[in-house]
Design a protein around this ligand. Structure first.
Ligand SMILES: NC(=O)C1=CN([C@@H]2O[C@H](COP(=O)(O)OP(=O)(O)OC[C@H]3O[C@@H](n4cnc5c(N)ncnc54)[C@H](OP(=O)(O)O)[C@@H]3O)[C@@H](O)[C@H]2O)[C@@H](O)CC1
Ligand SMILES: Nc1ncnc2c1ncn2[C@@H]1O[C@H](COP(=O)(O)OP(=O)(O)O)[C@@H](O)[C@H]1O
Ligand SMILES: [Mg+2]
Length: 291
């Protein structure tokens, strides 16, 4: 199959003068667990900085107040777990009831490898009609399945780093690194997903198109930067971008924010939360370039 190499960025989502929060994308991020509340906050903030009108973060009830106290701009939904680390039936029903109202959903950052994460990931992967962004422990949940990936009811964007991609494919990190493009394209074709294979020169492919990202730097090799990317990509998908375009633009903006952060703060000192502060500069540069 001929692969189309994409060099140009897609058109940016437009914000009409009479936009309101309901028209700028309402997204849900399912993230966090005790000890990894930060991942939920970083992803939620990434979605807000991406431009979403409304961001909801669903997180285990035990850490809801921690997540909520980090920033007042996202809303939180408590996930009630039983003694087997499963969502209670009331909590499941409450979450499923709300799903149709979201424009895009993400699952995985900081969730840990618990029974509720495995079950909810598989259910959303197969049944959700909107775009689902699958990261971190949700990818681990898919990798742990004894069956092939389920058929998906809607678009899927998978955002593994090489370790997660190795678990998904049963190919060693060394072999993946030897030919990242081919492994990424084959996976995207086989599973009909947008694959974002992260790292220096992140690859975005849907199996027919391929973009190799040129922004970003080694200062981004610090915990939590991927969680910010999940939020950003979810936000763009929720604003109506196609899954490939949302992933390509999200990766580009994320790396550009990282480049601005490194310029001001240095690669060693920058941290994931700094990316959130530099996403505005990245947006400003992109908006100026396209006007
Ligand atoms: N503040 C918070 O709450 C934070 C929470 N977080 C949450 O932590 C959870 C665990 O996620 P995780 O990615 O840290 O662990 P995991 O999937 O075992 O990956 C490590 C393996 O992958 C490999 N590997 C990774 N990158 C690679 C690369 N570029 N190139 C090559 N190899 C690479 C690496 O290989 P190694 O270097 O060890 O050889 C190792 O094998 C998850 O829920 C996440 O969201 C984090 O986001 C941090 C902030
Ligand atoms: N050397 C690098 N150059 C460019 N980008 C990098 C580099 N190292 C890491 N990144 C980016 O940082 C992010 C790390 O994501 P991930 O490994 O999921 O981190 P975490 O799970 O800790 O949030 C990815 O977007 C990746 O592309
Ligand atoms: Mg990650």
């Amino acid at each position: 199959m001929n692969i189309q190499r994409i060099k140009d960025l897609p058109p940016l989502p437009q914000r009409a003068p009479d936009s309101h929060k309901g028209s700028c994308g309402k997204v849900l991020i399912i993230a966090g667990s005790p000890g990894m509340s930060g991942a939920a906050c970083l992803a939620g903030m990434g979605a807000l900085r991406g431009g979403s009108g409304l961001v909801f973060v669903a997180t285990p009830a035990a850490i809801q107040s921690i997540v909520a106290s980090v920033n007042p701009c996202y809303l939180t939904i408590p996930l009630e777990l039983d003694s087997d680390s499963q969502l209670t039936s009331e909590s499941t029903a409450h979450l499923l009831d709300q799903l149709p109202g979201f424009d895009a959903v993400a699952i995985g950052p900081g969730c840990g490898q618990h029974p509720w994460v495995r079950d909810l990931t598989v259910q959303l992967y197969s049944e959700l009609e909107q775009t689902l962004i699958v990261d971190a422990d949700a990818l681990n949940s898919l990798a742990a399945l004894e069956t092939p990936l389920p058929d998906a009811a809607g678009p899927r964007i998978l955002t593994p780093h090489p370790g997660e991609f190795s678990r998904l494919t049963n190919v060693s990190i060394k072999d993946i690194s030897a030919d990242r493009e081919t492994h990424a394209i084959q996976f995207a074709q086989k599973h009909q997903v947008v694959l974002v294979l992260k790292g220096a020169g992140t690859i975005v492919t849907d199996g027919t198109q391929l973009a190799v990202n040129q922004t970003g730097n080694a200062g981004m090799a610090t915990g939590g930067t991927g969680d910010v990317l999940t939020g950003l990509t979810t936000s763009l998908a929720g604003q109506g971008m196609s899954p490939f375009d949302a992933a390509q633009l999200g990766v580009y903006l994320h790396g550009l924010a990282g480049d601005f952060a490194a310029d001001d703060l240095s690669q060693p000192a920058m941290i994931a939360a700094d990316l959130l502060d530099y996403i505005p500069d990245a947006w400003r540069e992109l908006i100026a370039e396209t006007n």
